[in-house]
Design a protein around this ligand. Structure first.
Ligand SMILES: Nc1ncnc2c1ncn2[C@@H]1O[C@H](COP(=O)(O)OP(=O)(O)OP(=O)(O)O)[C@@H](O)[C@H]1O
Ligand SMILES: [Mg+2]
Length: 666
């Protein structure tokens, strides 16, 4: 469960962290494994080197040890054959012997130098002349010298024998055990015997007769000649942190009797004993022992070998040891260097990793950011990436995708606006058509009624007018009723005008369309009104495209339309002004468009929609039928009439007549 949660947590991390962590894991694992095996290998190498050295040192120690034995052998051998010695023993002259051999003992630093007769009885002890006559034939070396010639060896010397040679030797050999950790338990608490390097040679006369044995020896207990000599030769007195690196010890059994190992107080560690482990291996089993050992108070890399007596029995050990500390420190410093270098490598690798991971993830991050922007609607995203690797390709595809998305989006927007515009257009067209229909409907029903009314009142009106005129002709102008009758005639003729207009409006007879040059028709109408224009100080400007195609029109009806529009313009400019009549093709070339642009009073907004209603007028004497009739005529021509006006600025009426293909050619 916990692992799963850890895994999920890991998977949720940002890509870069994941990459770094994964690589770091691999690096750390590799680093730790190599550190582990490296230190083990290094430890082994250093320590096996140290062990090889200590073994070699032990061999050197043995050389020194055996040299000493050989010295003794040479001394006894040489002196046993001296004439003075031969003569003295033959004559039994002990004084002469003491003189000769006493000097030898001193000169060669021997502890004992003793001569026996052929039966092994002591003739003279140079170390203690007063004790003699005892039998030494039991001594293994004496026995060997008597039977086989010169012999050397290390021997244990019991205390009584030591006393015979000198009390001092017994004292030197007497050692109380100093309690030593790890030592094997022993029932005794002291040692009283001594251990001696001994050599014995037969004293032989010229005839080859054995006259006796000369034996000499060095007591090893508390004699530091050998151990210090080995130390000087092998270790050359080197120290490490004020401590001797090399130590040499001679053991009597497991007891240190000669050593340069020191205790806490810096004293030679005489009386201490070897560890149980070494005891078992070397003293019990007779093996040599190489390895770490705790010696008195420090760890040493040590080598022990058994010392055997002449009979081959193990009686002690020779030991050489090197302080372990320098090796440990060396190993530690190598390890530390190794670890520091590994750590440095890891730091370096992490740096490189960070760089690589960033190189990999940065473009992705940028793409993610760009994708987010796109998701929020900003399509102007472009990821700039160099390199043709997979990420580069991804970025390229991403950019292509964005481009397409953008294009699609723009199309959509454009389509949307076009749609909107089209809808608007259609709506406007619909509205126009609707207005047009309403207007047509209005006019049609009104036309019918007007025609009926006009027809009914036309005849009575005509007869009123006729009779009124007859009465006026007969009446004197000064007659009281003359004026009244004139008024009746005027009003009645006005009524006839209205009726005429109504009939005109209602007539709706089909137009007689003929191909017409619009330009010429306008010109003709304008000419009719030119006088009136100049009278009203109005300027008529013609702005007609001469290349206008002819249009099929009912000339009379359209002339009436032009007439109505020009008159209206005149009436809108009571103080004069300008009327521009323009004619040109519509941009789509489907219509001929004629505009009447005046600089008159303009039309109020609320009136614009009522202009084409019959009887809508703002003038006192107007019928309000002009534009209504105009509208009907334009409609009959499948044309359009539009008005734009600005109060105080002027008004523009635009007529559009379709240009039929069949009539497009003059
Ligand atoms: N060019 C124009 N400038 C300003 N107002 C105009 C113009 N043309 C028409 N009008 C307005 O439209 C109304 C209707 O015009 P219409 O021609 O139908 O009737 P009328 O001119 O009033 O009367 P009639 O044509 O019988 O003399 C006018 O009374 C006027 O208010
Ligand atoms: Mg009018």
């Amino acid at each position: 469960m916990a692992f799963k949660r850890l895994l999920l947590g890991f998977l949720g991390l940002p890509l870069r962290v994941k990459l770094i962590l994964s690589f770091l894991g691999v690096i750390l694992f590799g680093g730790l494994v190599s550190l582990f095996f490296g230190t083990r290998l290094e430890h082994k190498t250093i320590f096996s080197l140290a062990q090889a050295k200590v073994k070699h040192d032990l061999a050197s120690a043995w050389t020194v040890y055996n040299e000493r034995l050989n010295d003794i052998r040479d001394i006894v051998l040489l002196n046993a054959s001296r004439d003075a010695v031969l003569a003295a023993i033959e004559t039994g002259d002990r004084d002469a012997l003491l003189r000769t051999l006493g000097r030898v003992r001193k000169d060669f630093n021997l502890d004992i130098l003793t001569i026996t007769d052929a039966s092994g009885k002591v003739v003279l002890r140079t170390s203690r002349p007063e004790i003699y006559g005892d039998d030494q034939s039991g001594d293994v070396l004496v026995r060997r010298a008597l039977s086989r010639g010169v012999a050397t060896g290390t021997e244990l010397i019991p205390r009584p024998e030591l006393i015979k040679e000198g009390e001092a030797y017994a004292d030197r050999s007497y050692l109380r055990f100093i309690p030593t950790p790890k030592a094997a338990p022993r029932p005794e608490d002291h040692e009283e015997n001594g251990m001696m390097l001994k050599g014995a040679a037969p004293v032989v006369d010229e005839s080859g007769r054995i006259l006796g044995v000369l034996y000499g020896g060095i007591l090893l207990n508390q004699n530091y000649d050998i151990v210090d000599r080995v130390k000087d030769i092998v270790f050359k007195g080197e120290t490490y942190k004020d401590k001797e690196i090399g130590t040499v010890t001679i053991f009597q059994n497991d007891l240190r009797i000669s050593t340069n190992v020191t205790d806490e107080r810096g004293q030679r560690a005489i009386g201490t004993r070897v560890s149980q482990e070494v005891n078992d291996a070397v003293l019990m089993q007779g093996a040599s022992w190489v390895g770490r050992a705790f010696v008195v108070s420090h760890w040493y890399i040590t080598a022990y070998e058994p010392i055997r007596n002449t009979d081959g029995k193990i009686i002690g050990m020779l030991y050489v040891g090197m302080l372990e500390r320098p090796y440990i420190d060396l190993r530690n410093s190598v390890m530390l260097t190794f670890a520091a270098m590994s750590a440095l490598c890891v730091v370096l690798l992490v740096g490189i990793l960070f760089f690589i991971a960033s190189r990999i993830t940065d473009p992705l991050r940028r793409m993610v950011a760009a994708a987010n922007q796109i998701a929020q609607g900003d399509l102007n995203q472009h990821v700039q990436l160099a390199g043709g690797d997979e990420i580069g390709q991804l970025a390229q595809s991403f950019n292509q995708m964005t481009e397409r998305l953008k294009a699609a989006n723009e199309n959509l927007i454009q389509w949307g606006t076009t749609l909107e515009r089209r809808v608007e257009e259609r709506t406007r067209e619909l509205r126009e058509t609707q207005g047009f229909l309403v207007q047509s409907e209005k006019l049609a029903s009104l036309g019918k009624m007007a025609a009926g009314v006009a027809h009914e009142i036309n005849n009575p009106l005509t007869s009123i007018l006729l009779n009124t005129h007859l009465m006026l002709e007969k009446l004197d102008k000064r007659h009281d009723f003359f004026e009244n009758l004139s008024l009746i005639a005027d009003e009645t003729s006005r009524c006839t005008e209205i009726v005429k207009g109504l009939l005109e409006f209602a007539r709706q007879n089909p137009p007689q369309k003929v191909s017409t040059d619009v330009n010429e028709l306008i010109e003709r109408t304008a000419q009719l009104l030119d006088n009136q224009a100049s009278f009203q100080s109005i300027r008529i400007v013609r702005d007609i495209d001469p290349s206008l195609p002819p249009v099929k029109l009912d000339r009379n009806k359209i002339q009436q339309v032009f007439w109505n529009l020009i008159l209206n313009a005149f009436e809108a400019m009571p103080k004069g002004g300008q009327l521009t009549v323009s004619g040109r093709l519509s941009p789509d070339k489907k219509y001929v468009q004629i505009q009447f642009i005046d600089s008159g009073v303009g039309i109020a907004k609320e009136n614009i929609n009522k202009l084409f209603d019959p009887f809508f007028t703002t003038k006192n004497s107007g019928t309000g039928l002009g534009l209504a009739v105009t509208y009907g005529i334009i409609e009959q021509h499948d044309g359009k009439i539009e008005v734009k006006s600005e109060i105080g600025q002027g008004t523009v009426f635009t007529l559009s007549f379709p240009v039929g293909e069949h009539i497009g050619v003059p």
